[in-house]
Design a protein around this ligand. Structure first.
Ligand code: PLP
Length: 471
């Protein structure tokens, strides 16, 4: 039997701050800091342990996460992350100091080298760096590698081509890496328009950034031709691999002609994300580009693992080896699933997206799609649809992006959800589809925080208790 989602309601405890419940004033004596940086007294919360435990438990009931229900955010891939991986990351042997001598951390380096190798095999890339701490940081790193590569050949190429359906970070990373962005309009079928590409590509083209399946979930069928056009012009092909859920064990960007790619470990390989990280955005490259990878890089040499500086390295993009514990979780996830498990992951992710799409009433203008799809809320406001879905105890999809679809609802259920959960999601879509306009506009009604003034919240956030007290 399914649980009755129509009766769902979020807890509403009106929980005070700890400091408002019970506090004590602490006298500060003998501080080693300069006088003008110290206080003589400090008011501190002083809860007993049960109060503390209950406080945080109650707060956790006033919020929503993938432990409470599905989070079908298209492009973001919010899959359930097995707690086994958290246990691996919390193991005391995982907590090695990054300055320890190489000979004393051979096991850690071996895991890094193995993960580099596995990610390379998954993406069809010859070498992988684990250093970048996010997808966007991976894009930036990859583009610096592209720039260094062109410069090493005496070429100064100033442009990066990006389709209009691409993730916003692509445009930002290209600009940060010092390139001019040339936006490519999508064709009528939602894919790269080959005529537009041929017209835009030239001597100034440093790279084309692409994701495949693209943000509409569509496979770029002309990828061989696209690769040929870009390579013939002397440009490189960059793959935005933030979300590999459709590809794992099925197809590899390297085989499609891509030269550089990043992986979002915190989407595809089981680290929760959102709220700012931490994440990891390893970057894979072909053999020609390997000398430009960030330093230091991990490799095996005569049975020992060592750190070395690649010959023409672009330098460092993050401290030490990146977010090691996040990388360790990716290693454990891949190892636990194996080749067959990874291939099953992508098959199920695609099946789940297609099943859910069949079950909902909203129009889906582009297809056939893979691990995600973009529905249109039509004459309704996609944000209102999303707010109403909250009242059904599920997280709504990504809204209003990509802009190719009117009032877009971008949905990615992921492989982690069961058929029963997909039905709950479908019912939530139905509820929004059948709700009258007044109900839609005033939703949500059953969440702890109701209709939030998003503009005000973004423009004048109150980020501290003092700011709240002063207001
Ligand atoms: C999430 C995402 C990114 C950026 O990844 P971050 O880790 O958030 O920087 C880039 N491209 C696509 C398609 C994404 O979904």
């Amino acid at each position: 039997m399914r649980y009755d989602q129509a009766r769902w309601s979020e807890a509403d405890h009106y929980e005070p701050l700890l400091i408002e419940k019970r506090s004590e004033t602490v006298e500060i004596e003998d501080s080693p800091l300069p006088d003008d940086l110290t206080r003589e007294q400090l008011r501190m919360p002083s809860p007993a342990e049960p109060e503390l435990a209950r406080h945080y438990t109650r707060l956790s009931q006033e919020t929503y996460g993938v432990d409470s229900g599905p989070v079908p955010l298209g492009s973001c891939t919010m899959k359930y992350n097995p707690s086994l991986l958290e246990a691996v990351a919390a193991d005391e042997n995982a907590a090695v100091h990054p300055d320890r001598p190489e000979e004393s951390v051979q096991g850690t380096l071996e895991i890094m080298a193995t993960l580099q190798d596995w990610l390379g095999r998954i993406g069809g890339m010859d070498a992988v760096t684990l250093q970048p701490p996010a997808g966007a940081a991976g894009e930036y790193t990859g583009l610096l590698i592209a720039k260094a590569y062109h410069e090493s050949r005496g070429e100064d190429r100033s442009e990066v081509l990006i389709p209009d359906s691409a993730h916003g970070t692509n445009f930002a990373s290209a600009a940060m890496a010092g390139f001019e962005v040339v936006e490519l309009p999508s064709g009528e079928d939602g894919r790269v328009d080959l005529n537009a590409l041929t017209a835009a590509v030239g001597d100034e083209t440093a790279a084309l950034m692409l994701t495949n399946p693209n943000t509409l979930g569509l496979f770029e069928r002309d990828i061989d031709e696209i690769a040929e056009i870009v390579h013939d012009a002397g440009g490189l092909l960059y793959y935005d691999g933030a979300n590999l859920n459709a590809l794992l064990g099925q197809a590899r960007p390297g085989d499609m002609g891509f030269d550089i790619m990043h992986y979002n470990v915190h989407k595809t390989f089981a680290t929760p994300h959102g709220g700012g990280g931490p994440g990891a955005g390893p970057v894979g490259v072909t053999a020609d580009l390997a000398p430009f990878l960030p330093r230091p890089h991990v490799r095996e040499s005569e049975g020992e693992y060592e750190l070395y500086d690649p010959e023409r390295s672009i330098g460092k993009v993050h401290g030490y080896q990146g977010n090691w514990l996040v990388l360790l979780k990716a290693y454990a996830y891949i190892r636990r699933l194996g080749d067959a498990g990874l291939a099953e992951t992508s098959r199920k992710a695609v099946l789940n997206a297609n099943y859910l799409a069949e079950r909902i009433d909203f129009e889906i203008p582009y297809g056939p799609f893979h691990h995600e799809f973009v529905a249109s809320a039509g004459d309704r406001d996609a944000a209102n649809v999303a707010k109403h879905m909250l009242d059904r105890g599920v997280h709504p999809p990504t809204t209003k992006w990509p802009e190719l679809v009117d009032e877009a609802l971008m949905v990615e259920p992921t492989e982690a959800e069961s058929k029963e959960t997909l039905e709950l999601l479908a019912d939530a879509f139905d509820a929004a589809s059948n709700a009258d306009p007044d109900t839609l506009e005033s939703s949500p009604h059953r969440t702890t925080a109701r209709r939030i003034d998003q503009v005000e919240a973004a423009r004048s956030p109150r980020l501290s208790w003092r700011a709240l007290e002063d207001s």
